[in-house]
Design a protein around this ligand. Structure first.
Ligand SMILES: Cc1ncc(COP(=O)(O)O)c(C=O)c1O
Length: 466
């Protein structure tokens, strides 16, 4: 599905009355979830007493209560109530080989037993992992490991400012680059600016600007204001991992604009890497960023995973070791570059190469999004689906597509968000777990049969819509 068609379909959804699950059917779904998941419900009640909000995973399914998992394997999740769910959450993206993929886990057990998880000094896996990453991301002439995507994005903008000696950072409205103070700006829905910035002093955003997705003219206008822009940071497949679809030429246009103006281009590859293609968004769209940001995928689910890579002259502004007084950018992380995460990165990349995991997961994604569109058409629903590589979006309420300058849209945020929860519940009722009821990640283990049965289950959900 091309960009114009996606945009047109989003317009139709946000400008028409939202389709809903019939009230009695939703009630029945909630009752079944309560009956089938009593232990999860019990855990949630206790969690609320000790964990703020009772849930810590932003992408998890939360309505009518979050589920607690017991174990994961292949493309399945078993809950504490022994319900087996087909998993399209994939831990929020990083699992492309499949959960607990045996050849991977065997290697990791060996590392845990014979190397140890955390040394505090250089281990050879650090080098091996950097070389493996560079094999797929030639733009990453130098690599530095961090502990999360959030940290890596923070490091990337610090590097950009140090290198260019400029202060402004421009992001694409609605994009998520982690939760660091400066980047919690214009989050989720383009145009929301400081809406979600509680606890962050407004002065933090002094040098942060955002532009409307895909609007190269707005970006050009900002450059014309002669602001000194250190970097533009963007997710190559569009904000919210492509929920706000990118106009494909936009990436190249931003690259050119950046380079005409002595500004660096930062690609946030946290989700795109090894999911859009083995060389991430930069290979997929044929663009060469100056800095790339990586996160969870470089640990394939193992903790403490993040990295930046980029041009040698740029990334070498980072201080290495105890480097005082030489005007380098300071970053750190006690557990960063630990042998366990680096071995995970090294082994996962090798296995992705050997199994063609990205290509196979993409084939499943094509099958799923194509099948869903046929189902939606057969029910005469305006809903639609598309995928970029192994990331599939299923747009039903299109909360990300609301235009906050349109007075009729403003009041719809909560209702449309709530509906994503309802759809998440309907999916769980069909023993499917997705990302927030609207996104599906595929992996090497999702077979054609699993995809076809998922399409059939979503067809059943469509029958419940009023
Ligand atoms: C595109 C993108 N950037 C950055 C992050 C932040 O990564 P982390 O959760 O590892 O801090 C995420 C997390 O989902 C993401 O999707």
């Amino acid at each position: 599905m091309d960009y114009e068609e996606k945009k047109q379909k989003i317009e139709i959804i946000v400008n028409s009355e939202m389709k809903k699950i019939r009230t009695n059917e939703l009630k029945a779904i909630v009752e079944r979830i309560e009956r089938n998941h009593p232990k999860s419900n019990e855990i949630y009640k206790k969690m609320k007493e000790i964990i703020p909000g009772g849930v810590e995973h932003n992408l998890a399914f939360n309505f009518p209560f979050p589920l607690a998992s017991k174990r994961v394997y292949d493309c399945f999740m078993e809950t504490v109530d022994d319900v087996k769910l087909t998993d399209f959450l994939m831990c929020g993206g990083p699992i492309i080989l499949g959960h607990n993929y045996k050849p991977f886990i065997e290697k990791m057990i060996d590392v845990i037993q014979n190397v140890g998880p955390c040394h505090g000094i250089t281990n050879e896996y650090e080098l091996m992992a950097a070389e493996a990453l560079q094999r797929h991301f030639p733009s990453c002439e130098m690599v530095r490991w961090y502990q999360s995507g959030t940290e890596s994005a923070m490091a990337a903008i610090r590097v950009a400012r140090t290198f260019t000696k400029k202060k402004w950072i421009v992001k694409i409205g609605g994009s998520y680059h982690g939760w660091s103070d400066q980047l919690v700006y214009d989050l989720h829905i383009p145009g929301t600016k400081t809406l979600e910035s509680h606890g962050i002093p407004p002065s933090t955003f002094k040098w942060i600007e955002s532009v409307k997705p895909n609007d190269i003219e707005e970006l050009k206008a900002i450059f014309k204001e002669k602001r000194k822009i250190a970097a533009v940071i963007m997710e190559p497949m569009g904000g919210e991992s492509g929920a706000n679809p990118v106009r494909p030429e936009f990436n190249k246009e931003v690259e050119e604009l950046c380079h005409e103006n002595g500004t660096l281009l930062i690609f946030d590859e946290v989700v795109c890497a090894f999911r859009l293609s083995d060389g991430g968004g930069q290979k997929y769209y044929g663009v060469k960023p100056d800095i790339s940001v990586f996160g969870k995928i470089v640990g394939h689910g193992f903790p403490s995973a993040g990295a930046i890579g980029g041009r040698k002259d740029v990334v070498s502004v980072l201080a290495g070791g105890v480097a005082g007084g030489d005007k380098k950018a300071y970053t750190g992380g006690t557990i960063a570059a630990n042998p366990l995460t680096c071995a995970a990165a090294y082994n996962a990349i090798k296995l992705i190469e050997e199994t063609n995991a990205v290509e196979k997961a993409t084939k499943c994604a094509n099958r799923l999004s194509g099948g869903l569109n046929k189902v939606f058409q057969s029910h005469d629903l305006p809903w639609f689906s598309y995928n970029e590589g192994a990331a599939i979006h299923m747009h039903t309420s299109c909360v990300f597509g609301l235009d906050l300058k349109n007075p009729t849209h403003i009041g719809q945020i909560n209702e449309r968000k709530e509906f994503m929860g309802h759809l998440g519940a309907a999916l769980v009722d069909q023993e499917i777990i997705s990302v927030a009821g609207s996104r599906f990640y595929t992996c090497l283990q999702h077979s054609d049969e699993i995809i076809d049965s998922t399409i059939e289950k979503i067809d059943k959900i469509c029958k419940l819509v009023e």
